[in-house]
Design a protein around this ligand. Sequence first.
Ligand code: ADP
Length: 287
Amino acid sequence: MTAEDRSAGPPGPGAGVGPAAGADPRRPMLAVRRLVKSYGDVEAVRGVSFDVHSGEVVVIIGPSGCGKSTTLRCINLLEEPTGGTLRLDDRELDFSARRTLPSGRDLARFRARFGMVFQQFDLFAHKTAIENVMIGQTVVRKVPRQRAHRESRDLLRRVGLEGMEDRRPRELSGGQQQRVAIARALAMSPEVLLFDEVTSALDPELVGEVLEVMKDLAREGATMVVVTHEMAFARDVADRVIFMDQGQVVEEGTATELMESPGNPRTRTFLARYHRGTQESAGREGG
Ligand code: ADP
């Protein structure tokens, strides 16, 4: 599936995940440049640059600890980068110039332009599925309750949870809870969706249902940056795959280029190790 295929489809309801009307289609919606994040002596991200165009799905792969999650968290300012620049549509932030950085309400507004879904879904345990989806709308966006309820019900239907609106998280499987978390992110009409290893905490048999929801969003034209170890998903859905190692982008290309004929030896080693791992676990499962 390419960005062209997807943009030919109807716009997805509520995937406010997309460009402003009249935006220049050649200009990336999100531009990350020389992004750096250090924790004391640890340089988690060391000069990462990439673009994300509207409607594009960019998948970031790489070994554990290479800085994928930190990169995502820097993009929506859950972590404050140590250096570099970030541009989302018309808003440019230069982390070497503090005056360009948002704070207070402005920071909250900037963050709300991204919908982030985490490995741990962190739903409110005492609230129902629909209340979990509504809460950002009613509290942050001040959407009237009735409208928030209607929109949240539609979003739950969209992630395949019709009829489960009134269940509490403990009455839902991990895969269903993660789909509530995706609906919750969509409820804020984000421009870009960030997925951080969202299937890693799930039992293997529940992974597919969450990936299907993500594939639907991609098909509907959502702009997505996805950190994942699901290589088949990356191959099928990504417009572009970025391979990171040791805090840096090592290689970037279409899914076919990068996954079938990687140019860099580090990418080849990672993918070979990954394929060996899946064959070994398939062998174990086979007896
Ligand atoms: P990945 O998502 O690729 O597994 P991370 O972005 O989580 O990698 O981590 C990159 C590096 O930064 C790792 O060495 C990790 O230990 C370090 N790191 C991440 N978060 C913190 C933190 N809050 N404090 C100190 N070091 C951190």
